[in-house]
Write a protein that binds this ligand. Structure first.
Ligand code: SAH
Ligand code: SF4
Length: 393
């Protein structure tokens, strides 16, 4: 577990590592080589102790230990679904050396035969109150740092025995071959494009061949439609993009995804039209949650086809995952299939996403940690722990 007074090097890029090394007296002529070594150990090999870095001198390891950490979050809870999906509740204390309340964050691992996907959180809570999303009912607490975003990946790999040097664990359901975490989706708690700089820093390290080396096809950022940041994502991160569309007219989308009032459909789709060419990716995924009698008619499927004209697109239909107090019902299987077939007949790939991990409340939109901003009163009387266990259905 990380100690609050030590600074985590996880999440630091080459320039930041160079500054950190200089701060403990590593000479200019050595910095480049040392940064390369740290990159290899931290991101490629996934070690969590400086003492495991055998090609660093003992004295350098001691200097690193005195000021820095590669500490992982505390694991408050780990749940394993009958389908092999895993959900962790990670607790982070500030990793930048500053004091602050600990926060709880959920991360989900979804194994499939061909891939293992890690669903990573970008914020604690979310400021955008989409009406069908459980996270949206949790007040925004704060942005996660780049360190906390990448630490979710490293901590998941620790638990899944997914580092190059890990021993085999036969208990873990995993893809048939390759790394257990083969894909990253920024689809956990929070809106990644409202935490652009930290998400960018973390994803660029995930994508760097000399760091984690994920291929661009295997890293997807999902946004509810923060339009000004979409072009920036195309130019500066160049990962795959998923858009949480969920409605085909502004009136309904204003209600379901309130950020639509600021960035309406027309503006959103304009940004999407430009994305594939700038980011050099084949197509965009549009996510569409199936809400019974709300957005699931064939007229809406027809309008969806019209809206997506000219955008290389795939439509991911997500059966609505209920949560305590939610006001919607999931569309019937029959209606979801009719909707999907309408799109397929018109040339769209339209998979229906199989809900995973519903028994442990790990499915899309079900994530919500109990972290809250401490009230002034609780800070005064010292009761404001600001965290707790995850709410379960
Ligand atoms: N904030 C980002 C990423 C996190 S949400 C975004 O909104 O895109 C990941 C996906 O789950 C989004 O498409 C979101 O709309 C969807 N989702 C949220 N609540 C859901 C629910 N209850 N059932 C099914 N999907 C849901
Ligand atoms: Fe936030 Fe995404 Fe949930 Fe909307 S769907 S409230 S943007 S996490």
């Amino acid at each position: 577990m990380s100690q609050p007074n030590l600074i985590s090097l996880v999440g630091q890029n080459r320039e930041q590592l160079a500054v950190s090394l200089a701060s403990i007296g590593v000479s200019e002529s050595q910095v480049r080589m040392r940064v390369n070594q740290l990159y290899h150990w931290i991101y490629e090999r996934g070690v969590s102790e400086f003492d495991a870095m055998l090609n660093l001198s003992k004295s350098l390891r001691a200097d690193l230990n005195a000021k820095f950490t590669l500490g992982r979050p505390e694991i408050v809870e780990e749940q394993v679904s009958v389908d092999g999906t895993r959900k962790w509740l990670f607790r982070f204390t500030r990793s930048d050396g500053t004091a602050g309340q600990p926060v709880d964050v959920e991360t989900v691992y979804i194994p499939e035969p061909e891939r293992g996907t890690l669903c990573v959180s970008s914020q604690v809570g979310c400021s955008l109150t989409c009406t069908f999303c459980h996270t949206g009912t949790q007040k925004m607490v704060r942005n996660l740092t780049s360190s906390e975003i990448l630490s979710q990946v490293l901590a998941a790999r620790d638990r899944l025995a997914d580092h190059p040097d890990s021993a085999i664990d036969p208990e873990i359901i995993a893809p048939h071959s390759g790394r257990k975490v083969s894909n990253i989706v920024m689809m956990g708690m929070g809106e990644p494009l409202l935490n652009f700089d930290n998400v960018k820093n973390a994803l660029l390290i995930a994508l760097d061949d000399t760091a984690m080396g994920f291929s661009r096809r295997r890293v997807t950022l999902s946004t509810s439609g923060v339009v000004p940041a979409i072009g920036k994502t195309a130019r500066e991160i160049r990962c795959m993009l998923a858009i949480s569309l969920h409605a085909v007219d502004d009136e309904l989308r204003n209600e379901l995804v309130p950020i639509n009032r600021k960035y309406p459909l027309k503006k959103l789709l304009e940004a999407c039209r430009e994305y594939p060419e700038i980011a050099n990716c084949r197509r965009i995924t549009f996510e569409y949650v199936m809400l019974k009698d709300v957005n699931d008619s064939l007229e809406e499927a027809e309008e969806l086809v019209r809206l997506l004209q000219g955008i290389p697109a795939k439509v991911n239909l997500i059966p609505f995952n209920p949560w305590p107090g939610s006001q919607y019902e999931c569309s019937s299987k029959k209606q979801i299939n009719r909707f999907a077939n309408y799109l397929i007949d018109r040339g769209f790939e339209s998979p229906v996403r199989t809900p995973r991990g519903r028994d442990i409340f790990a499915a899309c939109g079900q994530l919500k940690s109990a972290s809250e901003k401490p009230s002034k009163a609780s800070l005064r009387d010292g009761s404001g722990e600001g965290h707790g266990v995850v709410e379960l259905g």
